[in-house]
Design a protein around this ligand. Structure first.
Ligand SMILES: Cc1ncc(COP(=O)(O)O)c(C=O)c1O
Length: 422
């Protein structure tokens, strides 16, 4: 981990120009920082499109992009253009995706605690599927008794614990999500849904967690779910999302195609006749982006460590704080440079826990004013972020073929007062 940044952690079109500086989507990254300011999310549009295409060719019609990973109108539009459906997990996500012009019949509504208002909004526009998560939700849909009975999938928990962080592990019996298979709740839910005129049960859904590297976990869950769902003769079976991505050197993750192939083989083995659906988020968006920061303060504590403070922090990437996630760093002015020095990259929020990269490899000549990049920040960064300390949220730029367009502008001080009635 002292050599240059490996390009396989960077967006697909990442390259170096004649000066040895990093380009993404044909745009010099330092120029982007100068033009749009930092901190800044830079998304490689080609990378996003290629991952969407890979998902569609691996899983076919109905594969959905999990909007929670990264959502803005440009992203929803892009995923739709590339043939994906979109999974939304709240009325807010539904609003953004509809505002992007995505037809309702390409949208799947998720959520473990959908309100009447959210359900009604989804029913009024006619979303493609509602993934029903609880008996209370069945009651709520029946209570609404909308003239257009929705097609629903029931989310079940197969009792499989994915090897990932507890906060993003969802397939175990002890979960706030879904109906347990082993407890018999899933069977009861099927009976309730089948007996209801207020909904049409078309399938079973499961999602074991996120950032799952061990593909066998998906197959183990599928076995339980298929044994439960096949006798029901339902048309659809969703394997959820959750495919992991590599964030740092030494990690490797299966591609979407390999995941799709493995699920198809498992389905063949298990005699699954239902159409298999999936909803990857991270695997589409994570590696598509890098975040650019400006180094503002370097504090060296002899015999302890060096802190490198940048103009962002857990407000644009809460994953290190939430899950202890690792990231790496490099300097786009010279991505070919060795990175023999270890520093701690921290943000500007008033918390000691505001750490972006615990053990960051950087070149010896890292200096104040440098633009520092963290790769693989395209999922669960911008979306999970906050403006704690009223630190303004970064802009998001899409780059492609030498063009850069701002798809989410930087937050302003006026935005901070937009909901504050004084
Ligand atoms: C139901 C559901 N589907 C899909 C996803 C997307 O997961 P990932 O981004 O890991 O692919 C999630 C993430 O939490 C989820 O809860």
């Amino acid at each position: 981990m002292t050599g240059p940044i490996p390009f396989d952690l960077l967006p697909e079109t990442a390259a170096t120009d004649a000066a040895g500086q990093l380009t993404v989507g044909g745009c010099n990254v330092l120029d982007l920082a100068a033009e749009f300011g930092t901190s800044l999310f830079v998304y490689d549009e080609e990378h996003l499109r290629n991952r969407c295409r890979e998902a569609v060719s691996s899983f076919g019609e109905g594969v959905a992009f999990a909007g929670k990973a990264f959502l803005c109108r440009a992203m929803a539009k892009l995923a739709h253009e590339e043939g994906m459906h979109i999974d939304v997990a709240s009325g807010g996500e539904l609003h953004v995706v509809l505002a992007a012009g995505v037809p309702a019949d390409r949208i799947v509504l998720h959520g473990n605690n959908k309100s009447d208002t959210e359900l009604l909004a989804a029913l009024d526009v006619g979303v493609s599927r509602i993934v029903v998560d609880s008996f209370d939700e069945i009651d709520r849909i029946e209570g609404i008794n909308h003239p257009r009975a929705p097609k629903v999938l029931l989310r079940v928990t197969p009792g499989v614990k994915a090897e990932t962080h507890d906060f993003i592990s969802t397939g175990q019996d002890d979960s706030k999500f879904g109906f347990g298979v082993s407890s018999g709740q899933a069977q009861l839910a099927v009976e309730r849904a089948n007996a209801s005129d207020a909904m049409e049960l078309v399938g079973i859904h499961n999602h074991i967690g996120s950032q799952v590297f061990r593909v066998e976990s998906f197959a183990e869950a599928l076995k339980v779910v298929a044994e439960f769902s096949e006798p029901l003769g339902l048309a659809e079976l969703s394997v959820g999302g959750g495919l992991g991505v590599a964030y740092v050197e030494g990690e490797s993750a299966p591609s979407i195609s390999a995941w799709g192939m493995m699920m198809a083989e498992a389905c063949d083995r298990l005699g699954v006749s239902a159409r298999v659906l999936a909803e990857p988020g991270r695997a589409i968006a994570a590696k598509a982006a890098i975040t650019l920061y400006t180094v503002g303060t370097i504090k060296t504590l002899p015999d302890i460590r060096t802190y490198v403070a940048v103009d962002g922090g857990f407000g644009d990437n809460p994953r290190p704080v939430m899950y202890g996630s690792d990231y790496t760093t490099f300097l786009p002015r010279d991505p070919g440079a060795d990175r023999p020095r270890r520093v701690r990259v921290v943000g500007k929020h008033c918390e000691s826990g505001d750490i972006l990269v615990r053990d960051a490899p950087v070149p010896f000549d890292l200096a104040l004013g440098d633009i520092l990049a963290t790769p693989v920040t395209g999922a669960y960064g911008q979306g999970m972020g906050s403006n704690y300390n009223k630190v303004l949220r970064p802009a998001v730029v899409f780059v492609r073929d030498g063009d850069a367009r701002v798809v989410v502008r930087r937050e302003t001080n006026e935005d901070l007062l937009a909901t504050d009635l004084g």
